[in-house]
Write a protein that binds this ligand. Structure first.
Ligand SMILES: Cc1cc2nc3c(=O)[nH]c(=O)nc-3n(C[C@H](O)[C@H](O)[C@H](O)COP(=O)(O)OP(=O)(O)OC[C@H]3O[C@@H](n4cnc5c(N)ncnc54)[C@H](O)[C@@H]3O)c2cc1C
Length: 436
């Protein structure tokens, strides 16, 4: 380790993995800490389960990255104020730099009445549930016959797809703040859901919102195309449920009985144009939507208890970065601590974006390292610190064993993929019930 820089990377999603690889290729030694047992982040636990080819392609790249001898993997270790190690404890180990790629683990709450009712969920939890990430995979979600999803992005589409295809619910309604022209999902995602769209109702809904769109000269047909263009490549329906849009509506509260939600209150909006942007404005007119489940798919924010200062949904960045990449600051306000991927910009972009961002963040870290001599941190001290946590720490060899057991199990059961749903089962499969 002498004369080798030693960097802590926190979070092994795409940004952390590609960032680690960049640092390792430059010659740094990397200690990669990850909350989850498995690496991959949302590529493993976010991307829709049926996208096997894409997920397997990414896993292959992640495996190759972890095989790099300059990278040590420590899974099942959470960094944060109320976690296994605080950021300060980690920094006290003497790393030359820290790169935070822990994604956006905070939850945006609108602070509406009824958020505590059973049947009210946040998208991330549901996505983690159906992608089998413990402990969400072990939680009982109550998906009623009629469900609403707040939002109009790809995550809304994924969740609607799960509810209709897998949970076989009767109806899913997307509650969309603005109009059809401002939906945020891609044609490529919508094609998986569009055959569930009730086309007659969709026409009626478009007529209902026509006057509001006309007031700002918004082209109704452009919106219609944006949504219906995916029909040409639609996946066939596999269940009988229906999907609807409810445009120009914002949630204002959830109501229920005996702790169980059964009504969503929404306020109708109009569209206004301000500084060249279209935004929604509440009309004060409220109505009830009969649903038993509501899922908020409105994006995430970074974890406020991580140990870095936050503003809005993000960690505070150094506004005058010493090592900008393409004009972007990857520097937190703490000396030697950098941010990348969804930890730099919450809920922004796909895996390709996170990869580029992680690599740029790593390049900024490397430039920073060139301004100083390697310190005296060492892997033995890191391992000793982790041993002191008295919990199983997962290494890259353990992950290989787990993957082999899961692949064997999939084969036995005739499945394309098999995943254990609890940490205990995963640890047992790796023979890791003791500490390191
Ligand atoms: C529902 C959904 C579907 C998506 N579908 C697609 C798709 O089809 N195609 C596509 O290209 N992209 C898709 N994306 C986007 C893609 O998953 C993200 O762009 C990408 O995963 C972000 O990478 P990241 O590394 O910044 O964060 P993440 O992937 O969130 O990784 C963060 C990592 O940090 C770890 N971590 C978190 N907190 C801590 C902590 N305190 N201490 C230690 N470790 C921690 C986590 O365990 C995780 O491994 C989807 C996203 C979502 C939410």
């Amino acid at each position: 380790m002498e004369n080798q820089y030693y960097v802590a990377v926190i979070g092994a999603g795409p940004a952390g993995l590609f960032g680690s690889r960049e640092l390792a290729l430059q010659g740094a030694r990397v200690a990669l800490f990850n909350r989850d047992i498995k690496a991959g982040g949302l590529a493993e636990y976010g991307i829709y389960p049926s996208k096997h080819t894409m997920k397997e392609g990414l896993r292959k790249q992640f495996r190759q990255t972890l095989d790099n001898a300059n990278i040590d993997y420590y899974g099942n270790v959470t960094i944060g104020n109320h976690a296994d190690l605080t950021l300060d404890e980690l920094r006290a180990l003497g790393f030359d730099a820290v790169l935070v790629t822990a994604g956006a683990q905070g939850t945006k709450s609108l602070g509406l009445p009824g958020e505590e009712l059973n049947g009210v969920y946040h998208a991330k939890d549901v996505v983690f549930f159906y992608n089998k990430l413990p402990p969400f995979s072990q939680k009982n979600f109550r998906f009623g016959k009629r469900c609403a999803i707040i939002g109009a992005g790809n995550v809304m589409v994924d969740i609607a797809r799960h509810l209709l295809d897998v949970q076989k619910v009767d109806e899913v309604t997307a509650i969309v703040r603005r109009g059809p022209a401002e939906v945020n999902f891609t044609k490529d995602e919508m094609k998986h859901l569009i055959s569930y769209l009730d086309l007659d109702e969709f026409s009626n809904e478009m007529e209902r919102v026509r006057p509001a769109l006309q007031t700002i000269n918004q082209d109704l047909e452009a919106g219609r195309h944006k949504i219906l263009d995916s029909l040409a490549k639609a996946d066939p329906k596999t269940a009988n449920g229906k999907f609807h849009f409810d445009f120009l509506a914002s949630p204002t509260g959830m109501f229920g009985e005996n702790g169980e939600m059964n009504k969503l209150e929404v306020e109708d909006n109009i569209l206004v144009e301000k500084d060249g942007k279209t935004s929604a404005k509440g009309t004060g007119v409220k109505r009830m939507v009969d649903v038993d489940t509501v899922i908020f798919a409105i994006g995430d924010k970074v974890d406020e208890s991580f140990g870095l200062p936050t503003e809005w949904n993000e960690f505070v960045k150094n506004k005058e970065p010493r090592f900008p990449m393409d004009g972007i600051s990857f520097e937190s306000t703490v000396e030697g601590v950098f941010v990348g991927g969804w930890s730099r910009k919450a809920s922004e972009g796909l895996v390709g974006y996170a990869r580029k961002d992680g690599i740029s963040a790593a390049k900024a870290v490397w430039q920073y390292l060139q301004t100083r001599q390697p310190g005296n941190a060492n892997a033995e001290a890191v391992v000793a610190k982790l041993k002191g946590l008295n919990k199983p720490i997962v290494t890259k060899d353990d992950i290989k064993r787990l993957e082999a057991v899961e692949a064997e199990e999939a084969k036995k059961r005739g499945l394309e993929e098999f995943k254990f749903v609890s940490n205990e089962e995963m640890l047992q499969a790796m023979g890791l019930t003791e500490t390191v």
